[in-house]
Design a protein around this ligand. Structure first.
Ligand SMILES: Nc1nc2c(c(=O)[nH]1)N[C@H]1C(S)=C(S)[C@@H](COP(=O)(O)O)O[C@H]1N2
Ligand SMILES: [Mo]
Length: 256
């Protein structure tokens, strides 16, 4: 066992939140870590809400904590003709639409997003597969975009629809999607991010725009965002559980 593994085994995964991990850290692929994390998640969710309120911020780190190479996971390139054509043109014609339960639907070019007030944050990404990585993200707070679109009173969730097809070739296409409730969607650290570590978002990390929701697990942070839809119910969408991985059995609440 490495020192870190021994430390984890001794203190439980709760110890994770207590020390600052520098850069990318591989924890363990062992299933017990996952189930332990599951229990700890429930506890930390309750504790977060009890002690810090529902708008508590996720921890932010120093420049020195940034991992030299941010690990990538899931789709590394959507690879469709359409996406590749956008990539070849530096995504200058890429648009993110905002529709559904809004007074004012929007269609935003990448330059429109870059022209809006931005937030930069150095945060730790936690993937359920057992690794964490610290990176610096810049983007537009989703709250300001939702405010501009004027969310209707009956709205409850925000759905993100992505450009990557998760189905094998020849099968019915199933594009990656995710969703947040309005509280998480309007949290100050929830961004439509277009930069990682002071550079335009690389393709493997979700170019040109991906979600950062810093109190959530990695799978909640949709990459390659094309459409944002404000809805009252998640059940009519795809498998009905609010996200691609949720439809395969992951929990919809991905809080950490
Ligand atoms: N569109 C899309 N978004 C996605 C995924 C994906 O496969 N497709 N994978 C998710 C998972 S499981 C993780 S951990 C993070 C990985 O982000 P990264 O590649 O920037 O590390 O993206 C999430 N968002
Ligand atoms: Mo993940």
């Amino acid at each position: 066992m490495t020192d870190r593994r021994r430390f984890l085994a001794r203190t439980g995964a709760a110890g994770l939140a207590l020390f600052s991990l520098s850069g990318c850290t591989k924890l363990s692929q062992k299933p017990w870590v996952g189930s332990l994390l599951g229990e700890v998640e429930k506890l930390t969710r309750r504790a977060q809400h009890l002690f810090a309120g529902s708008h508590a911020l996720a921890p932010e780190f120093r420049e020195a904590d940034i991992a030299p190479e941010f690990r990538a996971n899931g789709t590394l390139d959507p690879g469709t003709d359409e996406y590749s054509a956008h990539a070849a043109m530096g995504f200058k014609n890429w648009r993110v639409t905002v529709s559904g339960l809004v007074e004012r639907p929007l269609s935003l070019a990448l330059d429109d997003l870059k022209g809006l007030p931005s937030r930069t944050q150095i945060t730790r990404h936690d993937c359920v597969e057992g690794w964490s990585c610290i990176g610096k993200w810049k983007g537009v707070p989703l709250a300001s975009i939702l405010a501009a679109a004027r969310v209707k009173p009956e709205a409850r969730y925000v759905v993100f629809r992505c450009a990557d097809n998760m189905s094998p070739a020849g099968a019915e296409p199933q594009f990656y999607y995710e969703s947040l409730d309005l509280l998480e969607a309007t949290h100050p650290q929830t961004l439509l991010a277009y930069e990682l570590n002071n550079a335009p978002l690389p393709v493997k990390h979700g170019a040109p725009v991906r979600l950062r929701a810093e109190r959530q697990l990695g799978y909640k942070m949709a990459k390659y965002i094309k459409h944002i839809e404000v809805v009252a119910e998640l059940t009519p969408i795809a498998g009905g559980r609010g996200g691609y991985w949720e439809d395969q059995g992951y929990s919809w609440y991905g809080g950490i």
